[in-house]
Design a binder for this molecule. Sequence first.
Ligand code: NAP
Length: 221
Amino acid sequence: MSEIPFLFQADEDVDLTGVNRLGLMGGTFDPIHQGHLVTAEAARSGFNLDRVIFVPSGQPPHKSGQQITPKEKRYLMTELATVTNPFFDVSRVEVSKDGYSYSADTVRYFRRSLAAGSEIYFITGADAIMEIISWKNIDELFANCTFIAATRPGVQYRAMLEKLERQLKPAYRDKVIAIEVPAMAISSTDIRRRVAEGRTIKYLLPETVEHYIAKQGLYRV
Ligand code: NAP
């Protein structure tokens, strides 16, 4: 399947003027849903962030071999979902790049655009954070940002703590903050399954994204 042409050039990425406390919301967003939006807003208000920039992955290194929706379509769904929140933006930094997307490269890219002393919070799912020991350049990552791990209701929080306790040194563990997000009961996997089975996805994600999925015929088997 051919890719949609770029809507913007990479050098027209988001404007960070006046931003001292930045949230980076990393994810595959296949598709983006209300759980992601509630997580980003909870992090924004809870950690007093000036801006939350959603960063849809280009080619996730841990998903080679898995079928994922083309990156330009995931990017567009992220734009559609976030447009109504003035504190949210979407970056093309990962989708514009060929090859794998590594969070260390992404965080470094934003760190260079911020004033010295600014704070970066990398927000993502607890399941992803549990695998952080395998990420590229984790020493640089922990030097550049603090992590906010969104846990789903249930046992995920304890499982994450136990895993990080075994794998990370204390200085790094202190830079992982868990937030429980009840809306993360919604999952992209469940939404894809529902579409494939012809079940409703109404209210699980913004209406614009629901219509885009239907129009593009995404997730049908
Ligand atoms: P994933 O494996 O698809 O998802 C892991 C779990 O986290 C899923 O339960 C997912 O729920 C949830 N999740 C993902 N993004 C979330 C977010 N922003 N807020 C709340 N929950 C979220 O993970 P992924 O989306 O591919 O990766 C997450 C982030 O970690 C991305 O930015 C990715 O680039 C980064 N990462 C980096 C490396 C590396 O640098 N080597 C390796 C792995 C991941 P849903 O399915 O409902 O989203």
